[in-house]
Design a protein around this ligand. Sequence first.
Ligand code: NAD
Ligand code: TYD
Length: 352
Amino acid sequence: MILVTGGAGFIGSNFVLDWLAGGGEPVVNLDKLTYAGNLENLAPLSGDPRHVFVRGDIGDRELVAGLLTNHRIRAIVHFAAESHVDRSIHGPEDFIETNIVGTFRLLEAARAYWSALPAAERDAFRFLHVSTDEVYGSLAPDDPPFAETNQYQPNSPYSASKAASDHLVRGYHHTYGLPVVTTNCSNNYGPLQFPEKLIPLVIANALAGKPLPIYGDGRQIRDWLYVGDHCSAIRRALAAGRLGEVYNIGGASEQANIDVVHTLCRILDEERPRADGKPYTEQITYVKDRPGHDRRYAIDARKITGELGWTPAETFETGIRRTVRWYLDHQPWVANVTSGAYRDWIAKHYAG
Ligand code: NAD
Ligand code: TYD
């Protein structure tokens, strides 16, 4: 079996669903079910014996040790994290606790388990650490995209905590020989993303007739990676990634935020026109910029393409249309996850 952490979140649940649909080994899914974790994401697996869900914390040493031993885990795919930059600005502590201390404890449990395995299982064991391009900092307009050799220059509590976790993973490989592979990917989008992040937030607000908040001048650039493409890249890295190596994963889709929002408005105008016939762009509202807002991220994915033969299947245009359609078809999912706690966050963060 494999152990997936954070498998009730956005990327983790997409990964578990894809993995099992593709005939992968059974999954033990360890997730704390924070505000971002949602068992409804895994509803298609209800009653499926290949999926064992465990509610718990990656920092719970005894629990993790028991899961590794009892299920004879042959690989860990580590998604669990606090993942939202804006939340890390309002309250960094949970980010330190889960992303740094939690990853440290998970590594300790993995090391103890892996060290005691018979030789053949030791050789086959993998720890795949899922990280972000945000650890590399911010690019100027003409800078080349992030390569795996770029210096780490994290600028937010979130990216600093992910950078720390990447360093720990690296250290466990070089010091103890733990067979790790790290992936650093760009901004994911697609089905099942919690509507606090730009794309699902804009879709939800557009349909609800609410403002579409653009931070600062809206000219910040992100590279957008369709979540299904991210899952296929992780599968490749797990199967064939070289031990101790880092692979950058990107969607080859650099876009300014304001252009992303215009694209969403155009697709919504086509697929679900406003009752008054006006364009959704009328709801665009410029708001105060995020403190320390990184200007540009871009990914050089030549290493994973060259070594592992991975390329993204979706363009931004195809992926974003699929995503909008998924949200239009899953309005009850959106209604269920935008609970009281979600409304409190929106009121606090977008106040004024
Ligand atoms: P998410 O916030 O949607 O999901 C995180 C999941 O982890 C949730 O289900 C949550 O309940 C769980 N979790 C949190 N703390 C936990 C703990 N202490 N123990 C066990 N479970 C815990 O995040 P996501 O967008 O799916 O991101 C997954 C991973 O990918 C993260 O490591 C993130 O840093 C990385 N990443 C995400 C993006 C992106 O665009 N979403 C981009 C680059 C990297
Ligand atoms: P986000 O989805 O939070 O991802 P990240 O900060 O990890 O890149 O934000 C994507 C971009 O969109 C980022 O530049 C911030 C911006 N943004 C807005 O302009 N308005 C919003 O309401 C949100 C949530 C994000």
